[in-house]
Design a protein. Structure first.
Length: 401
């Protein structure tokens, strides 16, 4: 059996190493220095990626005005903007990249002069139109925040690395991300005049929360192992009920809580292995591309420098495909994203007008993801593609206009 997520960045050995990871202040200092050097700014570490993004928005805007957000995104992004005191303005996407481009951004900024900042997310590790976005943003004098939750290690079409173009960079170490340390995040500030405005987190996470983060990979291994005999889904349900595990995008957002030293050590280990991880994922991406017949991958996902955390495919028969894969033992129901602002349980909070963002709405109704993580091998890719190919053709990128 193969899962899209459920701790798939952790084997049993890796889960045990994570559970007993040791950390000292020097591990935090090494991670801060490494991120500062890589992204040419000053790094601050937080216990949650959402908290790092919230602080980035607050510093960029002074806690007022509006922020442009990709119309195809996670509730965590919207929550971070709102918690910083700002309102959200959604910008519709291009289906070839699942991100807005410079032309679309231009119109949004003309319609919303109250915008002070934009968030660039490079959805699923696909490079966006950074040159167009940067040109428009500079002309309108709005701050660019690069969110690397999906795109750490990505290179844009012009050769610049994601995280080095904007004014502020945010990284996530949350579970199922490229730098999966179960939780955590970083803000890297490249605005010298606002360095002093960044509030340093002063609290350590509660021991209960740290214990939950330590044991989650072991719990996930147990859930994956127990699924073939019918125990896995019950173990997962019990874990949520007893708060041994927390659902994605849930939990407290606090910019006062720092990343603990042991988790900084884990994040540094992930960051050090990032280039090798991305190379392996690109090979799997190419294998999918070669074997899928009639199902085109979005153009941006095929860029040589993409950082494919998941492979997106758009099909009007999405639900049939996911069900057929499940029959073969492939559990890909965890879709990024099955709502324009996901997950569904938070959708009524985000004030999303689907009529204003038809392409994001279409993507959410038709997208499913193919995994690139370490547990996917060539045999699995072959079987996955054989199932998907039965349901061709796919969604055309011009369908939503």
């Amino acid at each position: 059996m193969l899962f899209q997520s459920v701790g798939s960045h952790y084997t049993l050995r890796q889960a045990l190493a994570h559970a007993f990871r040791l950390g000292r202040r020097q591990h935090t200092s090494i991670l801060e220095r490494t991120l500062s050097d890589r992204y040419k700014g000053r790094a601050t570490l937080f216990s949650r990626g959402r908290a790092a993004l919230a602080e980035a928005v607050r510093v960029a805007t002074g806690g007022e005005g509006a922020v442009v957000v990709n119309a195809f995104t996670c509730y965590s992004v919207v929550e971070a903007v709102q918690s910083a005191g700002c309102t959200v303005v959604y910008c519709d996407i291009d289906l070839s990249s699942l991100h807005y481009n410079g032309e679309t951004l231009e119109q949004v900024l003309l319609d919303h002069p109250e915008v002070n900042a934009i968030i660039v997310q490079n959805t699923l590790g696909m490079p966006c139109d950074i040159e167009g976005i940067e040109t428009v943003s500079r002309r309108h004098n709005v701050t660019i925040i690069e969110d690397l939750a999906h795109g750490a290690g990505l290179l844009y079409g012009d050769g610049r690395e994601a995280g080095t173009v904007g004014d502020i960079t945010m990284l996530s170490f949350g579970r199922d991300k490229l730098l999966d340390s179960i939780n955590g995040g970083a803000l890297v500030m490249r605005m010298p005049d606002k360095l002093a405005h960044v509030k340093q987190p002063v609290q350590q996470p509660q021991l209960r929360d740290q214990l939950r983060d330590r044991v989650y990979p072991l719990l996930a291994v147990a859930i994956r192992t127990g699924y073939p005999i019918g125990l896995g889904k019950y173990l997962l349900a019990i874990a949520y009920k007893l708060h041994i595990a927390v659902r994605s995008a849930d939990g407290l957002l606090s910019t006062r809580v720092a990343l603990p030293n042991w988790q900084a050590a884990q994040a540094y280990a992930r960051f050090s292995a990032l280039n090798g991880d991305l190379e392996a994922r690109r090979k799997k991406r190419d294998s999918y591309h070669q074997q899928l017949v009639g199902m085109r991958l979005p153009e941006a996902s095929l860029a040589a420098s993409a950082a494919p955390i998941r492979i997106p495919v758009l099909s009007h028969r999405r639900d049939e495909i996911v069900a057929a894969l499940k029959e073969k033992g492939y559990f890909f129901e965890d879709i990024w994203y099955d709502r324009p602002v996901s997950p569904a349980r938070h959708y009524d909070k985000v004030g999303f007008d689907e009529s204003l963002c038809p392409r994001a709405t279409l993507a959410a109704k038709t997208i499913f993801n193919l995994p690139t993580h370490q547990l996917v091998d060539d045999a699995a890719i072959g079987e996955i593609c054989a199932v998907v190919n039965r349901f061709a053709p796919d969604v055309k990128t011009e369908e939503a206009g």
